[in-house]
Write a protein that binds this ligand. Structure first.
Ligand code: ADP
Length: 434
């Protein structure tokens, strides 16, 4: 018999017996009321036991009873036990995650949807100076106040990490990386990269110093060789040939040293001080003239300008980037090739482009082309007088102008090098005159 049926029978039995006894005593209604009252008293008693159990000893086993109350108490007990298990399991997981984050050498800070700090490990206390009791619930930008971090935090573009000194120790260099998850929550990680940073600095300084030190001896060598070359007709032919070759190699070494110095300067110096709106047509025309001089009439060069806005940047750096691209187009295309220098709109921004119809580059080389000393055809590049640093310089110049380099090329169909500048780097012509 079902539990409900049994309860209904119990009610009927009590009410029926009350009615029967009442009828025998000629008080049928009073008997019925007594029966129903007994039934109500029973249920009130069970309800009280349930209430006492839940309020006083919810962890203990429920009071023993039968019928629908027994079943109800039993179900409640099992449900409660299940909940307790799940809670313990989740707490265990949270504890393990916290313990493993705690053991990490990197800082981990959990931020809520507003950017307020919820939890962090002890590495974060050491690197960022967070204090457990004091800083919980505060916004992260109240503690890491560097404007570059604030911009990075609000820009919500966390593809690239951000490198900054620690807010509590200028000597410590940290790399910040934010991950967005869940309901707009963020996980902030900070790595101590001081050692790596120092090594990188040492490498840059070493290259810059060596290049600088090589300049003087090379100038002396070039000077003497030039003098010897003027007397070449008085030298035995074998020696005269040697002097000529030495002169060529000295020129190569000089351009290598000057490219290395330029690259070091681009890496070390902050830049931005000499940024101004550039006269684009004059710049294009002057690079065209230089490239024509290098070509010596073997190529045709053309300038196309369909963008009226001016680029705001360093004249020297942009000229160097554009010259490198234009000179490469002259060096790596056969006689009779056509080269176009363009300044044109591209989306919201603009594009400085050098296109040729030469032999092009196999796509397998494209991803590595901007690496230092990477050359498609080693023998040929050396013969053309390239240093192997041209495109690395272009890339660095563009990085300093919030721009990027895109290279399209297919073998046999020429090459197109595009420098893409964002709208924030452009100025309307009417604003320049003011
Ligand atoms: P390099 O000093 O050797 O010219 P770059 O970094 O300027 O060094 O160029 C890297 C390589 O890219 C070159 O060795 C050359 O093989 C290739 N390259 C550059 N520009 C062009 C071009 N317009 N057409 C074909 N190949 C090119």
């Amino acid at each position: 018999m079902g539990l409900w049926k049994r309860e209904a029978w119990r009610l009927l039995l009590l009410a029926g017996s009350g009615l029967a006894v009442g009828w025998l005593l000629s008080h049928a209604w009073a008997g019925l009321a007594l029966g129903l009252g007994a039934c109500l008293a029973f249920h009130l008693h069970q309800l009280r036991r349930l209430h006492r159990w839940l309020t006083l000893t919810p962890q203990a086993e429920p009071p023993a009873t039968t019928g629908i109350w027994g079943d109800l108490l039993d179900r409640l007990y099992r449900y409660q036990k299940g909940q307790r298990h799940t809670q313990e399991r989740l707490l265990g997981i949270i504890k393990r995650v916290q313990e493993s984050s705690e053991a990490m050498r990197d800082s981990v800070v959990m931020l809520d949807g507003h950017g307020d700090m919820e939890w962090w490990n002890s590495a974060a206390e050491r690197m960022l100076g967070l204090r457990a009791a004091h800083d919980r619930g505060h916004h992260i930008t109240n503690l890491v106040r560097d404007p570059r971090f604030i911009d990075y935090f609000h820009a919500r573009d966390y593809r690239e990490p951000l490198t900054l000194p620690s807010p509590i120790d200028e000597q410590m260099v940290l790399q910040f990386q934010i991950t967005l998850y869940g309901d707009d929550e963020r996980l902030l990680m900070a790595r101590d990269i001081t050692r790596l940073h120092r090594l990188e600095e040492m490498r840059r300084d070493f290259v810059a110093n060596v290049s600088h030190e090589l300049r003087t001896p090379l100038t002396v060598l070039a000077g003497y060789l030039e003098t010897y070359a003027t007397y070449a007709d008085q030298l035995p032919p074998r020696f005269a040939r040697g002097v000529g070759r030495m002169q060529e190699q000295t020129v190569r070494m000089q351009s290598l040293v000057s490219d290395l110095l330029l690259l070091s300067k681009l890496e070390i110096e902050r830049g931005g001080a000499d940024h101004a709106p550039l006269a684009m047509s004059a710049l294009l025309a002057s690079v065209q003239r230089d490239a024509e001089a290098l070509s010596g009439g073997r190529h045709t060069l053309e300038v196309e300008q369909s963008e009226a806005r001016a680029l705001v940047g360093s004249e020297q750096e942009i000229r160097s980037a554009l010259s490198n691209l234009a000179f490469n187009a002259v060096r790596y295309t056969p006689e009779g090739s056509h080269i176009v220098l363009r300044w044109r709109p591209q989306g919201d921004g603009a594009c400085l482009e050098v296109e040729d119809n030469g032999e092009g580059i196999d796509p397998v080389h494209l991803p590595r082309l901007t690496e230092r000393f990477y050359r498609v055809d080693k023998g040929r590049s050396a013969a053309t007088g390239g240093t192997g640093l041209g495109l690395a310089i272009v890339k660095h110049v563009l990085l300093r102008h919030d721009a990027r380099l895109e290279i399209d090329s297919r073998p046999g169909q020429g090459a197109r090098f595009r420098c893409l500048f964002p709208a924030s780097r452009l100025l309307e012509p009417q604003l320049i005159e003011q």
